[in-house]
Design a protein around this ligand. Structure first.
Ligand code: NCD
Length: 312
């Protein structure tokens, strides 16, 4: 049904895998709004959250997702761990592995670190964001939000705007939206466009009017300064003027366009604060809500694979 041991990226998933996961997440979204608790499908399993990089919503939502499904959840404070004493990622992984966890959720500042870790442990690993590489559960929660709001997840025009070069959110979304046969446009200053785009199907422009034309979905990104070494933009004021989304620029898109942002948001830099709160367009809170449902679904599916492997 979901033939994967880990969830390391959108790369490697099929359209059928994505649909399976989103359909299951939809049932959890319904359960989360109601008063009846879902089946504790993770009961007896141990989930360890290892966040080597700051996170608010992703970590909270993985923790809540695990607890709602009955897992024993442990958050490791990675800043305080042996890593700061010089232990390598591999040694940390092997130490944890010896404690027999079932699910490990990892966020790491280096691209590829989560894949490396997954190759050293026996349990299921979920990537909660690695460098500028992938952030699969973010793309899946975005997809679920789009599907709920637009009634479909194909043949939509999606404009992803801002700091594309440093964004694992953009990368995972580009792959997912492409797989589901949508039209993806990347909009941002040339200095913030990734190199080697040719392998990915996307149009690029540094003009918001052109980029947002007829868009069904406008996805805004934060300027990820922690991954920039040097000045990529002249000033925040200038950036907001050209690329910041406000009502005026949103008017280039379709009248029923939805506005998305993975958070954390910098109001007045990439997005106007009023627009971010405008429930006629903004679905930012629904993205957060879907985050819990998607992570419940992802861990449920991986736990099934885990149990099948152990029973075999
Ligand atoms: C994103 C991330 O960490 O990649 N945030 C998130 O997970 N909601 C985007 C960002 O940091 O700008």
């Amino acid at each position: 049904m979901f033939p994967h041991r880990h969830l390391l990226g959108i790369e490697g998933l099929s359209p059928a895998d994505i649909t399976t996961l989103l359909d299951l997440a939809e049932t959890y979204a319904t359960a989360n709004r109601g008063s009846t608790a879902p089946e504790p499908v993770l009961k007896g399993l141990t989930q360890i959250n290892m966040f080597f990089e700051a996170s608010t919503r992703t970590q909270a939502s993985f923790e809540l997702a695990g607890k709602r499904l009955g897992a024993d959840v442990m958050n490791m404070a990675m800043q305080a761990s042996s890593l700061s004493k010089g232990e390598t990622l591999i040694d940390t992984a092997l130490t944890l592995n010896a404690m027999h966890p079932d699910l490990i959720v990892v966020r790491h500042p280096q691209s590829g670190a989560v894949n490396l870790l997954a190759s050293k442990v026996n349990c299921a690993v979920l990537n909660a964001g690695d460098g500028r590489h992938e952030h699969p559960t973010q793309a899946l929660l975005d997809a679920l939000t789009i599907r709920r709001r637009k009634g479909r997840l194909h043949r939509l025009t999606v404009a992803i705007c801002g700091d594309i070069a440093h964004s694992r959110v953009a990368r995972s979304n580009m792959i997912l939206l492409g797989l589901m046969e949508n039209r993806v446009r990347l909009v941002g200053p040339k200095t913030l466009m990734p190199s080697g785009l040719d392998q990915m199907v996307a149009e690029t422009t540094d003009d918001m009017r052109e980029g947002l034309k007829d868009a069904d979905v406008v996805m805004m990104l934060r300027l990820q300064r922690e991954r920039m070494d040097g000045g990529f933009i002249p000033s925040e004021r200038e950036y907001y003027h050209r690329f910041g989304l406000d009502a005026e620029k949103l008017a280039y898109a379709r009248p029923d366009a939805i506005v998305m942002h993975p958070g954390p948001m910098n109001r007045g830099v990439e997005i106007d604060g009023l627009l971010a709160d405008d429930i006629n367009h903004s679905v930012i809170q629904e993205q957060v809500e879907m985050g819990v449902a998607v992570r419940m679904a992802a861990m449920d599916l991986l736990a099934r694979t885990l149990r099948e492997a152990r029973d075999a």
